[in-house]
Design a protein around this ligand. Structure first.
Ligand code: ADP
Ligand code: MG
Ligand code: MG
Length: 209
């Protein structure tokens, strides 16, 4: 279960994290891309924070859609349309909701993955955002199926997300700019998988409050 206040809290905490880890994410992208991932994400979420006061009285779906549209319109590069679509799809999945059930949360996460895959045509194992996101969602589902609470499941989700980030060090990038490096991308962690792991960290922090 998540209230609108918790959804807003998640967005604010994630925006803080993108500012805080701007250099770190950029450094990862420097190694295998064009060195702008932290710049892109922090710029996008700075714009989101400016937009948020104008939509925070609306339903959760409108808030998530506004986040997505802001990201698409302010972030150049792969991550803007990918994260933007994820937030827009998550919003569309919870239309009219002022509060989210566990089922709503899972649906929103699944739709977000679907949006990223529709846009980017990637599957797991290509060294992308999906390599932390899909394992995190699978872990959350497995924990809930095991009878754990959502708060417990989100702890497992974050752990799986960081394990996914570690896994990206071992594989070759076959999508995005890092794919130009081929085998030389091995040994480096994927910036997008890392920024997505911070999203699950932010969700988890909200749930543990
Ligand atoms: P750009 O590569 O255009 O400079 P960013 O640096 O902001 O954009 O984002 C790079 C990240 O985007 C990569 O680390 C990767 O995780 C993610 N990414 C790139 N292409 C795809 C894709 N097709 N599907 C999913 N994620 C992708
Ligand atoms: Mg880049
Ligand atoms: Mg770029």
């Amino acid at each position: 279960m998540a209230t609108k206040a918790e959804v807003l809290d998640f967005i604010r905490i994630y925006a803080d994290k993108m500012a805080e880890h701007r250099q770190e994410l950029t450094d990862y992208d420097q190694a295998i891309g064009d060195g702008d991932h932290g710049i892109n994400m922090s710029r996008g979420f700075k714009a989101v924070m400016e937009k948020l006061p104008t939509v925070e009285e609306k339903n959760i779906d409108d808030i998530l859609k506004a986040v997505g549209m802001t990201l698409v319109s302010t972030v150049g590069g792969a991550s803007g349309p990918l994260y933007g679509t994820a937030f827009m799809k998550a919003g569309a999945a919870v239309k009219g909701k002022e509060e989210l059930s566990n089922e709503d949360i899972l649906l929103a996460l699944d739709e977000a993955v679907g949006g990223i895959q529709f846009r980017g045509k990637a599957v797991e194992g290509e060294k992308t955002i999906l390599d932390s996101m899909i394992p995190a969602i699978n872990a959350i589902k497995a924990s809930l199926a095991d009878g754990q609470t959502m708060a417990e499941a989100l702890v497992a989700g974050e752990t799986a997300a960081w394990n996914g980030v570690e896994y990206t060090k071992t594989i070759i990038a076959t999508k995005g700019r890092a794919s130009y490096l081929g085998e030389r991308s091995i040994g480096h962690q994927d910036p997008g998988a890392t920024s997505m792991a911070y999203a699950f960290q932010a969700i988890n922090e909200v749930a543990q409050k």
